[in-house]
Write a protein that binds this ligand. Sequence first.
Ligand code: PMP
Length: 363
Amino acid sequence: MKMSRPYNFAAGPAAIPEIVLERCQQELLNWQNSGVSILELGHRTEAFEKLLFQVEAKLRVAVSIPENYKIIFLPGGARLQFASIPMNFLGNNRQADYIVTGHWSEVAFSEAQKYGDINLAASSKDDGYFSIPEVNNWKVNAKAAYRYICSNETLVGVQFHQLPQFDNVPLVADMTSDFLSRSIDVNQYGLIFASTQKNMGTTGLCLVIVREDLLNQRQVITPTVVNFAEQAKQHSLYNTPNVFAVYLLGLMLDWLSEQGGIAAIEQINQRKANKLYYLIDDSNDHFYINRVAKNDRSIMNVSFNLAHENLSEKFLNEAKQQGLINLKGHSVTGGARASLYNPVSEAALDTLVNFMKEFEKNN
Ligand code: PMP
């Protein structure tokens, strides 16, 4: 008998479509008639190299990645890139701009300081990280080697909806929690990175998309395993990549394409987020509160507090009983957070919204 699965609103590792998990299960013992599982297959076999090329090609199509951008897969998650990016980009010119809009860009900013002369171009810390700083007030450095943003701050749920244009300084974006959730124009970026445990499957892999002409400015200390030029040259096979995560990414890209691709999923994501924000804003006497500036609200991570904070635990417990799991907010914000990544269906969202309405009525 098939077990009914709960609706999973985890921030990451996050929900994976059931149909994708079933396919993994079916293919596990004998992947593509190789006689062994993907977990046991050498990364230098013809079969795995073919898979790697296919996944790269699917990504290029899904996101319209131009030919002059390299796609590489690295170990160490997104956090390793907080160090790898300055090491790879601050060889000739030691300066970089950082825009700090929450926890993840704050950590990246602090890590980068080990490798160069890092300018805090803007920060919304004084505002509790509930907004994107007003672009007119950014103190950018036109001589910077790159300018860094986190396109979606997972913890509070603050997202860039417009990209500022100042000069030709390459923009570097941490898209860990919103990559594949909405259309982007890759040409606007010098580098995009995202670890894969949100919209791309499972943990242990970080995707880096980097413009070719930026690959010649690394510091001599850069470890080879995170040397973007070397990994690009070796097709991400300098060291043993997480073969299962690459395989699962391929399945997630097939699933995305079956949903109609990014344009279609973006509309669904927007609808899901709108419904939840509407419910929060419409609650009586601010029963539910989201403090993020309306124009900067994330469509992927919706954090909210209950006006009566002592009801939070009851809320989470009752939600769990209704099959709505992993809604606990981050320890920094308290309250609740619903992560609405691509695999979280509209049915999941509707069930959550109905539960929240009922909970408000009864408490
Ligand atoms: N950046 C963002 C925006 C994140 O959400 C996370 C993880 N939640 C990270 C970086 C760190 O990713 P990892 O744990 O894969 O290093």
